[in-house]
Design a binder for this molecule. Structure first.
Ligand code: DQA
Length: 140
Protein backbone atom coordinates (compact mmCIF):
# COMPACT_ATOMS: atom_id res chain seq x y z
CA UNK A 1 0.00 0.00 0.00
CA UNK A 2 1.43 3.35 -1.11
CA UNK A 3 0.42 6.43 0.88
CA UNK A 4 1.64 9.96 0.22
CA UNK A 5 1.71 12.50 3.06
CA UNK A 6 1.68 16.10 1.84
CA UNK A 7 2.27 18.96 4.25
CA UNK A 8 1.73 22.59 3.31
CA UNK A 9 3.23 25.92 4.33
CA UNK A 10 5.06 26.44 7.62
CA UNK A 11 4.78 22.77 8.59
CA UNK A 12 8.54 22.59 7.95
CA UNK A 13 8.74 24.58 11.19
CA UNK A 14 7.05 21.92 13.32
CA UNK A 15 8.94 21.58 16.57
CA UNK A 16 9.93 25.25 16.48
CA UNK A 17 6.65 26.96 15.61
CA UNK A 18 3.86 27.72 18.16
CA UNK A 19 4.76 24.62 20.15
CA UNK A 20 1.71 24.97 22.39
CA UNK A 21 -0.48 24.31 19.33
CA UNK A 22 1.68 22.15 17.09
CA UNK A 23 3.95 20.27 19.50
CA UNK A 24 7.70 20.08 19.92
CA UNK A 25 8.79 17.48 17.40
CA UNK A 26 9.78 18.09 13.78
CA UNK A 27 7.84 16.26 11.08
CA UNK A 28 11.06 14.66 9.83
CA UNK A 29 11.41 13.04 13.27
CA UNK A 30 7.73 12.14 13.41
CA UNK A 31 7.94 10.60 9.94
CA UNK A 32 10.57 8.17 11.31
CA UNK A 33 8.15 7.18 14.08
CA UNK A 34 5.36 6.66 11.53
CA UNK A 35 7.63 4.53 9.34
CA UNK A 36 8.57 2.32 12.30
CA UNK A 37 4.99 2.00 13.45
CA UNK A 38 3.50 1.28 10.03
CA UNK A 39 6.39 -0.69 8.58
CA UNK A 40 4.22 -2.61 6.15
CA UNK A 41 2.96 0.57 4.51
CA UNK A 42 4.99 2.34 1.84
CA UNK A 43 4.88 5.91 3.19
CA UNK A 44 6.20 8.93 1.29
CA UNK A 45 6.49 12.43 2.66
CA UNK A 46 6.52 15.78 0.84
CA UNK A 47 6.39 19.30 2.28
CA UNK A 48 6.24 22.60 0.44
CA UNK A 49 5.54 26.22 1.23
CA UNK A 50 4.59 26.76 -2.43
CA UNK A 51 0.99 26.25 -3.55
CA UNK A 52 1.86 25.11 -7.10
CA UNK A 53 4.32 22.52 -5.82
CA UNK A 54 1.60 21.02 -3.64
CA UNK A 55 -0.72 20.88 -6.68
CA UNK A 56 2.05 19.24 -8.74
CA UNK A 57 2.58 16.57 -6.07
CA UNK A 58 -1.16 15.81 -5.81
CA UNK A 59 -1.28 15.37 -9.61
CA UNK A 60 1.93 13.29 -9.64
CA UNK A 61 0.75 10.67 -7.13
CA UNK A 62 -3.00 11.03 -7.49
CA UNK A 63 -3.47 8.39 -10.22
CA UNK A 64 -1.11 5.85 -8.71
CA UNK A 65 -1.03 5.92 -4.90
CA UNK A 66 -3.60 4.17 -2.71
CA UNK A 67 -4.16 7.27 -0.66
CA UNK A 68 -3.07 10.84 0.04
CA UNK A 69 -2.95 12.40 3.50
CA UNK A 70 -3.10 16.15 2.98
CA UNK A 71 -2.45 18.86 5.53
CA UNK A 72 -2.62 21.90 3.28
CA UNK A 73 -2.10 24.10 6.39
CA UNK A 74 -2.97 27.75 5.67
CA UNK A 75 -3.84 26.94 2.02
CA UNK A 76 -6.75 24.89 3.36
CA UNK A 77 -8.56 28.15 4.00
CA UNK A 78 -7.68 29.90 0.72
CA UNK A 79 -6.76 27.61 -2.16
CA UNK A 80 -9.18 26.86 -4.99
CA UNK A 81 -6.20 25.42 -6.89
CA UNK A 82 -5.48 22.73 -4.29
CA UNK A 83 -9.20 22.05 -3.95
CA UNK A 84 -9.46 21.50 -7.72
CA UNK A 85 -6.41 19.20 -7.67
CA UNK A 86 -8.02 17.08 -4.93
CA UNK A 87 -11.22 16.87 -7.00
CA UNK A 88 -9.31 15.98 -10.12
CA UNK A 89 -7.34 12.93 -8.99
CA UNK A 90 -8.44 9.36 -8.38
CA UNK A 91 -6.62 8.52 -5.14
CA UNK A 92 -8.73 9.04 -2.03
CA UNK A 93 -7.60 12.04 0.00
CA UNK A 94 -7.87 12.42 3.76
CA UNK A 95 -7.64 15.98 5.07
CA UNK A 96 -5.61 16.18 8.26
CA UNK A 97 -4.94 18.96 10.74
CA UNK A 98 -2.86 18.87 13.88
CA UNK A 99 -5.09 21.35 15.67
CA UNK A 100 -8.87 21.48 15.76
CA UNK A 101 -9.40 24.28 13.24
CA UNK A 102 -13.09 24.51 14.16
CA UNK A 103 -12.20 25.66 17.66
CA UNK A 104 -9.84 28.42 16.51
CA UNK A 105 -10.16 31.71 14.63
CA UNK A 106 -13.15 32.22 12.31
CA UNK A 107 -11.00 32.20 9.14
CA UNK A 108 -9.77 28.68 9.95
CA UNK A 109 -13.30 27.29 9.95
CA UNK A 110 -13.55 27.49 6.15
CA UNK A 111 -11.88 24.65 4.22
CA UNK A 112 -11.79 24.61 0.41
CA UNK A 113 -10.52 21.01 0.65
CA UNK A 114 -13.18 19.38 2.86
CA UNK A 115 -16.01 19.05 0.30
CA UNK A 116 -13.82 16.86 -1.92
CA UNK A 117 -12.10 14.51 0.53
CA UNK A 118 -12.99 11.08 1.79
CA UNK A 119 -12.73 12.19 5.40
CA UNK A 120 -11.25 14.70 7.80
CA UNK A 121 -9.16 14.06 10.91
CA UNK A 122 -8.17 16.99 13.08
CA UNK A 123 -7.36 18.02 16.59
CA UNK A 124 -5.40 14.97 17.72
CA UNK A 125 -1.98 16.56 17.41
CA UNK A 126 0.46 14.60 15.26
CA UNK A 127 -1.61 11.49 16.06
CA UNK A 128 -4.03 12.81 13.42
CA UNK A 129 -1.59 11.38 10.84
CA UNK A 130 -1.56 7.95 12.57
CA UNK A 131 -5.36 7.89 12.51
CA UNK A 132 -5.42 8.75 8.81
CA UNK A 133 -2.96 5.96 7.97
CA UNK A 134 -4.97 3.54 10.12
CA UNK A 135 -8.15 4.42 8.27
CA UNK A 136 -6.51 3.43 4.96
CA UNK A 137 -5.15 0.18 6.44
CA UNK A 138 -8.49 -0.79 7.95
CA UNK A 139 -10.03 -0.73 4.48
CA UNK A 140 -7.48 -2.87 2.70
C1 DQA B 1 -3.09 23.43 10.46
C2 DQA B 1 -4.20 24.44 10.79
C3 DQA B 1 -4.14 25.62 9.84
O1 DQA B 1 -5.18 26.54 10.14
C4 DQA B 1 -2.82 26.34 9.96
O2 DQA B 1 -2.72 27.38 9.04
C5 DQA B 1 -1.65 25.43 9.88
C6 DQA B 1 -1.72 24.10 10.45
C7 DQA B 1 -3.06 22.27 11.47
O3 DQA B 1 -2.45 21.26 11.13
O4 DQA B 1 -3.58 22.39 12.57
O5 DQA B 1 -0.59 25.82 9.41
O6 DQA B 1 -3.36 22.88 9.18
Amino acid sequence: MKIQIINGPNLNLLGKREKDIYGDISFDDYFKILNNKFNKVNLSYFQSNVEGEIINKIQEVGFDFDGIILNAAAYTHTSVGISDAVRGVQSPVIEVHISNTKSREEFRKKSYISPHVKGIIQGFGLKSYDLAILSFIKES
